[in-house]
Structures are given as C-alpha cells and as structure tokens.
Design a protein around this ligand. Sequence first.
Ligand code: AHR
Length: 327
Amino acid sequence: MSTISRRTFMLAATAMGAIALAGSIAYAELPALAKKDTYKVGFAQTESNNPWRIAQTNSMKSEAEKLGYQLVYTDAAGSAAKQVADVNSMIAQGVDVIFLAPREEKPLIPAVMAAKKAGIPVILLDRNVDQSLAKAGEDYVTFIGSDFIAEGKRVAEWLAKNANGKSKIIELEGTTGSSPANDRKKGFDEAIAAAGGFEILASQTGDFARDKGRQVAEALLQAHPDADIIYAHNDEMAIGAIAAIEAAGKVPGKDILVLSIDGGKEAVQAVIDGTIAVVVECNPRFGPKGFEIMQKYAAGEKIEPKVINDDKLYDSSNAAAELATAY
Ligand code: AHR
C-alpha cells in the first residue's frame, strides 16, 4: 500500500471507529481489554431505592460470581457527583473494565472520558450519556439496555386502543436529565399527539421515586381535577400515584387510568388488582448479556453500538399468567 493510500485507509477506518484485523476488531480509539481467565470488574450503580435497581444489581452480582470474576460495586445513592467519584475510585483501584449505569446524560461524561484516558473500557448499562458528547465505539464500548422511546410509544399506543373515552393526562417524569426520562417522554408524547384526541394537562418530574411521585401526583390532581389518566415513567411513581388518587377520593383504574413502565412484581400485581391499567416492562436482568458482551469485546469480536433488551407488556389479558416471571 502506498503512503497516501495507507493514510486514506487509516483515516477511513478511524472514522468507522474500528479496524478489522485478521478476523478480530481493533477499536481505533477505545482501550483494549486483554483476554484473561478472570477479571476485576467495576459496576457503578446509580442508586438502590427501588426493586428495579435491586434486580439489576443482583443480576450483575450473581453473574460475576458465577464467572468467578471480582466485582467492585459502588452505589451512587442518587448523586451524579458521587457516581463520577465512584468511577474515579475504580480507575485508581485498577479495574479491567467498568460497567456504568449513568444517572444523568451529561454529568457522567467526565467519568466516561476519565476511564478512557486511563485505558479502561466502559460499557454503559441501562441509561445512556449525551450522544453529542460521547460515542459508542470511540469513548465507550456500547450501550446495553431498553429502547426507552419505544417503551413510551408502546404505552401511548396501548392507551389509544383502550382509553374508553378518557383523554386528560398527567405525566410523571423520571429523573430530570436522565435518558429514560427524556426518551419515555419523547416516545409517549409523540405517539399520543399522533393518535389525536388526548391532552397532556401537566408533565412534571417525580424523580423515579415513590413518595416524590405521590406528592407530585397529589398536587397535580388538585390543580387538574378533570385528569382521568396518569402516565408514570416508572412503577415507583405509578404506585405513589395510586395513593394520591385514593387520597383525592377517586378510584384508580375506574376514575383514573394509571399507566406505567418497569414491570416489577408489585406493579404486575396492581395490574391484576385493576389499579394499574398497563405496564411496559423495562428488563433489569443485565448480568448475562453484560458479561457476554464484555467477553466478546476481549475476544476482539465486533460489538454493535447499541444492544437492545426485549421488554414485555402487562395488562389484564396476561398479568396473572406472567406474575411469576416478573422480577
Ligand atoms: O433507567 C431505568 C429506570 O431507572 C427504571 O425505569 C427506574 O425504575 C430506574 O430507577
């Protein structure tokens, strides 16, 4: 290859983010991960205040244990600043690879970049970072998780078919600045506008938390007594909203439809009980897939920039049959 054509090739390959070499992929800008029998793996969790997070952590811990890998686990307790510090501490401890569930899209960028600079590959789990500031295949290996836009869209499409004349919506958003809050809002709001005949009366954050969701739902129900639908971005806020509806002297499932995302046992039981109308699952079982992707990366296999989990949908037609399989 002449100097010029080699240079052209290298530039093109760099732009693609990876160079194919003898059947394996050498990522142009990403730190490499050596193929070894065992690893010291970091998992930087966001918080542990709900069943979804606990199920995700348990899945990661049990898979690491099964493989005989050492897991360095941290819990940021709902603080993006602490999560950045947690990643820096993992870097100092010399982990081989970091699984990161970034609390918010922008504040975790410095953590991703610090790991890259230290030569430690990062795999994003369940939440994403701002795509204008960091990219899969360049700054981190891949994002593994649900399609949050599709989750919001599926809730809206279910509602469009099953609203039975109800139309006035209160939306309880997740943590401000997080990818599930941004994307579940986008997916739902766009699909509900396309369906026509609905009105979103108010949309406010409940921070993915049960009590905050209850408080926000209470205030919004007082401000909008004509609301007959509450769409919550997760189960915790949906369960908080049920308490708020009852406190307002109304019947969840009859006067006000509650729509949710996550699919924990308590919410699926609420579907059976009729207090929640529909739950789109957000699958928290990341361990098997996360470690499989990590091993493939170490083996030099091509990794897609996004690896999307399959999510179920629970309503009155299947909740009883599915309860046993919910997390
Ligand atoms: O990122 C996934 C979301 O985070 C889940 O819906 C929520 O329950 C969790 O805190």
